[in-house]
Design a protein around this ligand. Sequence first.
Ligand code: SF4
Length: 414
Amino acid sequence: MPIGPPQRKPAGGESSTLRADPKCSILTAAVASDSTQAVHLDSTAFINGSRKSLFGLDAGLLAEVMKEMGQPAWRARQLADALYRQWIEELPLVSTLPLNLRDRLADEGWQVGRPKIAQVFRSADGTERYLVQGQGATDTVEAVWMPEGDDGEAGDGSEDENRPWRRATICVSSQVGCAVNCRFCLTAKLGLQRNLSAGEIAGQVIAVLARHAVEVGRDRLNLVFMGMGEPFLNYDNFMAAVRLLVNEAGLSPRRMTVSTSGIVPGIERFAQEPPEVRPKLAISLNAPNNAVRSDVMPINRKWPIEAVVDAVRGVKLRPRERITFEYVLLGGVTDRPEHAAEVARLVRRSGLPAKVNLIAWNPGPGIGYATPEPGTVEAFRQALIAAGVPAYLRKPRGRDIYAACGQLKRTVEG
Ligand code: SF4
């Protein structure tokens, strides 16, 4: 489906109509000067003017803040609950802390500092795309809320047929821009502007959870790190965000998926993560062989398919867990029957428990690929299935939300 011209951000407030295709993976942002600066506690805390952000600090770091104030460690637990379980946005509203402690924190320059949803674009089907402003940042990134998901989670063993009426997928970003330069991706055109901090990554999730009053642990929520950027090129902050979301916010890592373009050192680090805080892994494959992949994803020249698959073999999977291969179908380039046969061989030869998520490419300005016909996409999917490879088609949400690393991304600010 064609996409309209880039949208300028209105002066403020919500948009009640869909202004641009909300795509999970899309992102955005005009980067002006970045005045953020790390504080001493760790790289996730920022100074915004004179204010330091508590959001982004885990329970251990919050304990350090409390200790410096002569407070017992359990005050840190109260603070962590307020930030990550109650989603309180303003320090004066943290009623579990005594008033004089809240005042002292404020006097010493602390604020909650959670990233804020600056603008909302809403689709008729309930999909929402957000511009989220980070901690002390003047730029924004996008996150997407997809009620009822997009079927990308199908076949991963996490389906819950008893609660089909309460499921959603949130897609978040890990960087402003991206350095990977996939040829089919609009974000690539921005280049890498900066890494997001752990608080800025986790904050996108909490802001969206709060907006929709999600009941963590009850509602079926999938989280995909497939927005703007390559998470494994911002590895430490990405994983710190995952730990915040798992350990402090109570989200399940089994319902999280991170997509990588195939950054082998990142996959090798990921393989060392303990399963209790490790998301599932998706590889943005997008081509049937190295020759085509190096054309559409130049990163393949550094880490070809075999090296990526080798690294993935090092990830110890949980029972029933599968690796996902994301595959953007580019008309005439990666969508032919012989390509489907190659992909099936590649997946089978990998020996990995795997599935393939197919994504019909969506055109974007200045990118010279074609969208395959629906019949071609379905034929590709059936060819994979016939060859014994589970294959799913991400259904469009809003006006084409296909969510995956390897998707179009869209600049919405001029
Ligand atoms: S598809 Fe993902 S990894 Fe590739 S350039 Fe776009 S954001 Fe970066």
